[in-house]
Design a binder for this molecule. Sequence first.
Ligand code: AMP
Length: 176
Amino acid sequence: MLADSIAELRAAVRDVPDFPKAGIVFKDITPILSNGKLFQASIDVFLEQCRGKEIDKIVGIDARGFLFGSAVAYELGVGFVPLRKKGRLPYKTESAKYSLEYGEAEMELHIDAIEDGERIVLIDDLLATGGTSASAATLIKKVGGVLVEAQFLIELEFLHGREKLATIPVVSFLKY
Ligand code: AMP
């Protein structure tokens, strides 16, 4: 059942060459989002992976991590925390700079979004070089959270992003 879903999800991911710049093959997940059955299937694979982990909150990464992360949090009945690009969060933040496959950026988290010791699962659509998730992990720890696992729909294994996450368990469903 889950294996069928994974195969269907994989078939729906669209490769867009040279986006957002030359040499990058962008993994477009919008065909999954726009298909009700596939969107449900994508949330179900995350939910299955969250089972038994006693999670307090989901942290989703700006912006596609919000789409998957918030649906997973809703189903689990736990809080959702947005990790946003610099300048988007209105209240006091902790911030961390990082580099990605195609540029540089800075992520921010509200200082009071996570209570001390809360068990967190980090969710994003894709793990590439791991810079974004590593800075997310740093920020979650800084505000007192315990990062239980980082989950990604897609992993570009050839970029070895999970090495940047060191001791944090990393799970992905579609590997390239
Ligand atoms: P990284 O920090 O290199 O692991 O980059 C991960 C972030 O950038 C994720 O939020 C992804 O949505 C986005 N990203 C990086 N590379 C790609 C790609 N080839 N296709 C789609 N999204 C990407």
